[in-house]
Every structure is written in C-alpha cells, then in structure tokens.
Design a protein around this ligand. Structure first.
Ligand code: HEC
Ligand code: HEC
Ligand code: HEC
Ligand code: HEC
Ligand code: HEC
Length: 340
C-alpha cells in the first residue's frame, strides 16, 4: 500500500514486509513527473516540513510549491488544458483528474524530489538521520532536475532538440559548465544548507546580474555585445515562451522616433497542423553574441536609445512575435548613445 509505505519511510520503519525492496528500488531513482501519490504524498510531506523547518520555509512560496497554483501557469493551462501539464505542475496528482486543493498546493513537494524509492534521497555524506537515507552523488547532478526540466512536446519522439519543449539539460551539457544545477540554483545559506527557494525569473536583480551589455555606435549603426554572466545554459532557458527583446531607437529633439529596430532572441516557431515547428533558436549561449543593427543614414546625427528586456509571454498571437501579450518583463539594460 503506497500511503503506508511513504509514512513508514518518513518514520524510518522497516517496510520490508509490506513492500520488499528489490535491488532496482534501492538504486538511484531520479525525481520526475507523474508520481501520482496524492494524499499519501501530502501526509509524508507534512512530516518532512515538520522536522526540516528551514528548508520548508524556503520551499513554501517557491515556484516548485506553487507550480500548480501560480496564476501565470493557470492562465496557460486554461488555454491548453492537457492532462500532460499536470504531470509536472502537480506531479503528485492523478494525471487525468483535477486534484483537490491539498494536492494542488503540494506542487513539486519535498517528497517529489527526495522520496523516489525506498529511502530519502540525499547527497554523499556521513551524517545520520531518524529516517533512511539513500546517499547518491547522482542526486547532486542534473539528473535530480532532468525529469521535469527537459521534455518533448506531447506526441514527439526524436532526440532532435526541435522536438523538445524544454532543453535545459542539453544546454547545460553543451555549456561545458563544471557547476551543477544545484551549485547555481541551490546556493548555500549562512547555515551551510542548500537554499530551497529556487528563485529565478521572479528576481529582477538576479536576472540583471545574469547579463552584461555593452553598446557602441558609428553613424546609424549600433553594435550590442550581450554576454551572459555565469549562466550554465541558454539565456533564457526553460519555458518556450521566454525571450529577450532587444531594441534600438534613434530619436529626435521632440523624442519622436526617427528610426528603430526590434529583435527577439528566443526559440522561433511556425504553427503547423503538426504543432509548433522550430524555425530558429537564437537565444544566447554562454559564449554570448554581438548583435548589429543598422538604422541607416537617417539615424546619423540623432541619439540612439537601446534596451534589453527579459520577457515572459502570456499569449503568443500566432507567429507575430511583436504582437504577443506579455505576462511580465524585466529591463536588464538600457542606455543612450549620443548623437554622432
Ligand atoms: C522526525 C523528524 C524528521 C522527519 C519526519 C524527516 N526528517 Fe529528514 N532528517 C532529520 C534529521 C534530524 C536529519 C539529520 C540532520 C539534518 O541533516 O538535518 C535528517 C536528514 C535528512 C537529509 C540528509 C541531510 C544530509 O545529511 O545530507 C535529507 C535529505 C532529509 N532529511 C530529507 C527529509 C525529507 C525529504 C523528509 C520527508 C520525506 C524528511 N527528511 C523527514 C529529521 C527528520
Ligand atoms: C526540486 C527538488 C527539491 C525539492 C522540491 C526539495 N529538495 Fe531538498 N534537496 C534537493 C537537492 C537536489 C538537494 C541536494 C543539493 C546538493 O547538495 O547538490 C537537496 C538537499 C536537501 C537537504 C540536505 C541539507 C541541505 O539543505 O543542504 C535537506 C535536509 C533537504 N533537501 C530537505 C528538503 C525538504 C524538507 C524539502 C521540502 C520542504 C525539500 N528538500 C524540497 C532537491 C529538492
Ligand atoms: C517534479 C518536477 C520537477 C523537478 C524534479 C524539478 N523541478 Fe524545477 N520546476 C518544476 C516546475 C513545474 C517549475 C515551474 C513552476 C511554475 O512556474 O509554474 C519549476 C521551476 C523551477 C525554477 C524557477 C524558474 C523560474 O522561472 O523562476 C528553477 C530555478 C528550478 N525549477 C530549478 C530546478 C532544479 C535546479 C532542479 C533539480 C535540483 C529542479 N528544478 C527539479 C518542476 C520540477
Ligand atoms: C553556472 C550557473 C548555472 C547553472 C550550472 C545552471 N543555471 Fe539555471 N540559471 C542560471 C542563471 C544565472 C539564471 C538566470 C537568472 C537567475 O536565475 O539567477 C538561470 C535561470 C534558470 C531558469 C529560469 C528560466 C530563465 O532562463 O530565466 C531555470 C528553469 C533554470 N535556470 C534551470 C536550470 C537547470 C535545470 C540547470 C541544470 C541542468 C541549471 N539551471 C544550471 C545559472 C545556472
Ligand atoms: C515534463 C514537465 C512539464 C510538463 C509536462 C509541463 N511543464 Fe510547464 N514547466 C515545467 C518546468 C520545469 C517549468 C519551469 C521552467 C521555467 O520557469 O522556464 C515550467 C514552466 C511553465 C510556465 C511558466 C510559468 C511561470 O511561472 O512563468 C508555464 C506557463 C507552463 N510551464 C505551462 C505549462 C502547460 C500549459 C503545460 C501543458 C501544456 C506544461 N507547462 C507542461 C515543466 C513542465
């Protein structure tokens, strides 16, 4: 019985009689979607948060905990209500049924990441605990995240990144970064423990620090050098509706626009009967990129303003990227290049 198993694990009881562990069960089982343990998971999670109060306070209110109640997600789910979505945004719910409030509010719980097999997953160490621990180095690698942070569009099968809705783990591998997802996203708190806040897109200061921008012009031409700072994957990564908007604008004395150009660095899709087809991925890689704009001779002699913004798109309006309705944006850099 699953609920008995989960609770017994938390309390450190011997569950062998009820659910004999096989060698396959005691090997590392990566966290991932569609756990579907419902109220047994809620109860076990309550035990975790009752003892581990610091991690609990950080996790509570995080996007993991709020994955199935965050308004941005709920708006997207209302447009595309596929059971598939629930498998990650409410991994402890039944995939094909709307969960009740408790299971919804559990989101990606302690148990979702730590309780995937017979014992609580942890990284190598010597400390003991009042419950079983399965210490495995794989838990501090991207395998702890891969099950949910890299996946295909429903119905697609190939290994081609174009078939994937999110590709963060392959991007991380391609980056050559020696740091793990947790090294960057679970920094150590003052007490030496890993942060469980997972703050990223909701922290404007962190986003600004993640990109350095320098600009130069000659006549009507502008060069913008964009360099990600310590980002271990494409920027932006994650959800397919994230992008950078880069714009340059020459303006006159009355601030009227003389000439302008705007580009989006994102995954660009065409809409076909077979779903979204990837046309181009020009998101920044860790090496960065230099973008060149030519506003033409009419811009010469006028100041040029530039702006780089990180945007989360709520509704893409067909394939017209400029028409998309935004959920939110954070201006990462902006400035003026004097007339010359
Ligand atoms: C009865 C209290 C209690 C409960 C319930 C409990 N823990 Fe623990 N846990 C501890 C204590 C005490 C330790 C050892 C000291 C420490 O690391 O905080 C520990 C250790 C751990 C560690 C290993 C830390 C290390 O040394 O690397 C992890 C991971 C962990 N617990 C996760 C969980 C999760 C997830 C749950 C719920 C499924 C849970 N614990 C339930 C008390 C508890
Ligand atoms: C999204 C996955 C995820 C969730 C959700 C999660 N953890 Fe963790 N946790 C990890 C990973 C991964 C590590 C190890 C990171 C490393 O050291 O590389 C970890 C480390 C820990 C540790 C070891 C001590 C430390 O903090 O360094 C404890 C204890 C712990 N988690 C408890 C919890 C509890 C309690 C909850 C729920 C309130 C929770 N975790 C939710 C992934 C998660
Ligand atoms: C069970 C699935 C699952 C696992 C495992 C998981 N995540 Fe997540 N993660 C999610 C979901 C779903 C969201 C988005 C929640 C939302 O915004 O609605 C998310 C959000 C995040 C965010 C916030 C992104 C933002 O836009 O601010 C970060 C950072 C993150 N995860 C990192 C990690 C890391 C690092 C690991 C591995 C240690 C991990 N996650 C493991 C499902 C998971
Ligand atoms: C070298 C550090 C580093 C590594 C390694 C890293 N990230 Fe990130 N990640 C960042 C930074 C920096 C950002 C953007 C701002 C922030 O969150 O601080 C970010 C953003 C994100 C976001 C939010 C979407 C976005 O683009 O804003 C998600 C989700 C995410 N990372 C997941 C992961 C996962 C999963 C892994 C491992 C496969 C990983 N990251 C590895 C540094 C890193
Ligand atoms: C295999 C796991 C998985 C599935 C299935 C999945 N998502 Fe997500 N989703 C994630 C992860 C991980 C993130 C966090 C990445 C990021 O923040 O960019 C995320 C982020 C999002 C976000 C951004 C939320 C925010 O707070 O900004 C939206 C919206 C979203 N998903 C909608 C959906 C919808 C709608 C579906 C079903 C059509 C779906 N997701 C299916 C894992 C999944």
């Amino acid at each position: 019985m699953r609920s008995g198993l989960l609770l017994a694990l938390v309390l450190g009881c011997d569950t062998a009689a009820e659910f004999p562990p096989t060698p396959a069960m005691v090997a590392f089982a990566a966290p991932g979607p569609a756990r579907q343990r419902q109220h047994a998971a809620v109860a076990a999670n309550r035990a975790c948060t009752g003892c581990h109060v610091e991690e609990a306070a950080e996790w509570q209110g995080s996007l993991h905990q709020r994955a199935n109640i965050e308004p941005a997600y709920l708006r997207a789910f209302a447009i595309e209500p596929m059971p598939f979505c629930r498998s990650c945004h409410a991994p402890e719910a039944l995939v094909d049924q709307a969960p009740d409030h408790e299971v919804s509010a559990l989101g990606v719980g302690c148990v979702t990441c730590h309780l995937t097999s017979g014992e609580v997953l942890a990284t190598p160490g010597t400390g003991s605990a009042p419950h079983g621990l399965l210490r495995d180095a794989a838990f501090s690698s991207s395998r702890a995240c891969e099950g949910c942070h890299q996946f295909r569009f429903p119905g697609r099968m190939s290994a081609d990144p174009a078939d994937f809705m999110q590709t963060t783990v392959m991007e991380h591998e391609a980056s050559g970064s020696s740091q793990s997802c947790a090294d960057c996203h679970m920094p150590r708190e003052a007490n030496g423990k890993r942060s469980h806040r997972f703050v990223s897109s909701r922290d404007p200061e962190k986003l600004k620090q993640a990109l350095s921008v320098s600009a130069e012009r000659s006549s009507g031409a502008v060069k913008l050098a964009l360099r990600p700072v310590n980002v271990g994957h494409s920027f932006p990564t994650g959800d397919l509706f994230r992008r950078l908007e880069v714009s340059v604008e020459a303006y006159g004395d009355d601030h009227a626009v003389v000439a302008s150009e705007r580009r989006y660095l994102t995954r660009h899709f065409d809409l076909t009967s077979r779903g979204r087809m990837l046309l181009k991925d020009d998101r920044l890689t860790p090496a960065g990129a230099t973008l060149e704009f030519d506003l033409g001779p009419q811009a010469a002699g006028f100041p040029i303003a530039y702006r780089v913004a990180y945007q989360r798109v709520a509704h893409p309006q067909g394939i017209d990227e400029a028409a998309a309705v935004l959920e939110d944006e954070v201006v990462l850099a902006q400035g003026d290049l004097p007339a010359r």
